[in-house]
Design a protein around this ligand. Structure first.
Ligand SMILES: [Zn+2]
Length: 476
């Protein structure tokens, strides 16, 4: 009679043998690198020394705050307006110089640098298992006219410093770590926000639209990119699309751009969701005429149609009943714009957002219906109603939220869960990778103006949480 041992039993036996061997070697192996690796993973393999683990890990993480502040200050000098304001628009000379500054810092940190066809910049620290998908972090360095020096910048320079922190601590990543500088998060030049990350997310419609997109000076996107040293060929645009599963995780460090963390004295905001943005362009046209000669019953005033629609936007937003629904008419232009002329044309740009996509879409629908009704009542034509973008919200990934939370706790930093009402490159990275965001406090919530400020202490806290989060994700 032959002895039959089920295959599953053999597998189990092998697994047990392997586990006991790993346990013994972990105990006996005093190699400090392996010890550090265990510490960073944050998972107590052996309860006996789990408390000393986190102590060791935390004490190993030191941010070079002085150098980081110096880099932030130096980057802010690449600006087309005088300090303290910063103006750095896509593919301008100052943008190209600022990019060079970042690539140089990436090189100094030992990262291998590559760029794609639109100038998204990647600095890679190869992990000891390079076949695994990488963990990425990053943000943007472009700045709208007369803005400040921390928006985006903290998430790029802070990411490079997070790599430095890990290198100094003796950490070796299992998955490769990458720092990404995203091209044109701000819509200043071509009217498209998060241009680089949208393309990375593989949006074909954008790749097609960019072939014919021009800026306010009628310079084409492709010419502008070409003059900055990037692609001149429209066929290259789809090469920016990320391959599926390029990244196992993406984390962005950013100033809050709101007052909550500062007001509540909390160090770290852990973002659980990013609100869904949409923007709409509307144009009304009427007959215009002389402000004295045309009597009121005979007018079809395109300006009043715009005014009425602006109020309707507010009404529809408030009707949602949620504080999370917001709507803004940020642009309202009248033509010809003379005191004694009835506006013959009006142009509005409407921004509306919500963490609930369906609720936001209902608002858009109501705005559309109001625009049609107002046009007919006032006998003007609704010559344009264009939804420029209508993006879904993004939810942070559970395992990344857990890594950010564990890191904050191990670093003894107060934290709270929050929603990002502004949107970021993370919104689009969430389409191709599990995503998470770390917020740090900023002065009075100011952003997009020269008074924007974050203390180096708060920035350093954010860098530490980022470093530890990346370490944990790299070992997963
Ligand atoms: Zn930003």
């Amino acid at each position: 009679m032959s002895l039959k041992i089920p295959r599953s039993a053999i597998l189990l036996l092998l697994l047990l043998l392997l586990c006991s061997f790993t346990a013994i070697s972990a105990h006996e192996n005093e190699d400090p690198t392996i010890k550090t690796m265990e510490d960073f993973s944050g998972y107590p393999f052996h309860e006996s020394h789990s408390t000393s683990q986190s102590h060791t890990t935390v004490s190993l993480l030191s941010v070079d705050a002085q150098s980081l502040q110096k880099q932030i200050d130096e980057l802010s000098t690449y600006s087309d307006t005088p300090a303290p304001s910063v103006t750095r628009v896509l593919y301008t000379e100052k943008d190209v110089l600022a990019r060079r500054f970042i690539k140089n810092l990436m090189g100094l940190s030992g990262l291998s640098v590559r760029e794609d066809a639109v100038g998204n910049i990647f600095g890679r620290w190869e992990g000891y298992n390079p076949d695994l998908s990488a963990v990425a972090t990053g943000s943007h360095i472009d700045a709208i006219p007369y803005s400040g020096k921390y928006d985006g910048v903290v998430g790029v320079l802070g990411a490079i410093e997070a790599i430095n922190v890990l290198k100094r601590s003796g950490f070796k990543p299992k998955r490769s770590l990458e720092v990404i500088l995203f091209t044109s998060e701000e819509p200043t030049r071509f009217g498209i926000s998060c241009l680089g990350s949208r393309l990375m997310a593989g949006i074909e419609a954008l790749a097609n639209a960019l072939k014919t997109t021009v800026d306010g000076q009628n310079v084409s996107f492709l010419d502008a990119a070409g003059s900055a040293g990037y692609t001149k060929h429209e066929d290259d645009l789809s090469s920016v699309f990320l391959k599926k599963e390029s990244y196992s995780g993406f984390v962005e460090l950013h100033i809050e751009q709101g007052p909550i963390l500062e007001e509540e004295g909390i160090s770290i905001g852990i973002v659980t969701a990013i609100a869904a943005p949409a923007s709409i362009k509307v144009e009304f046209e009427g007959n215009g005429g002389h402000a004295g000669a045309v009597l009121m019953p005979n007018r079809n005033d395109a300006g009043l149609a715009a005014a009425e629609l602006a109020l309707a936007v507010e009404k529809h937003v408030l009707e949602s009943g949620s504080v999370d629904t917001v709507g803004t008419v940020g642009i309202l232009e009248l033509h010809p714009g003379a005191i004694n002329s009835i506006p013959s044309k009006s142009h509005l740009e409407i921004d509306t957002r919500d963490i609930d996509e369906e609720r936001r879409n209902i608002v858009i629908e109501k705005i559309h219906r109001s625009a049609i009704a107002i046009a007919s009542k006032r006998e003007v034509s609704l010559s344009e109603f264009k939804i420029v973008n209508q993006d879904p919200p993004a939810l942070s990934d559970k395992s990344i939220i857990e890594a950010m939370e564990a890191s904050s706790k191990e670093l003894n930093l107060t934290h709270k869960f929050m929603i990002s009402r502004a949107y970021h490159d993370s919104l689009f990275m969430a389409r191709v990778s599990p995503m998470g965001m770390i917020f740090i406090p900023c002065y009075k919530g100011y952003s997009h103006k020269p008074e924007e400020y974050a203390s180096i202490q708060d920035i350093s806290n954010g860098v530490k949480v980022l470093a530890l989060t990346l370490a944990k994700l790299s070992l997963q």
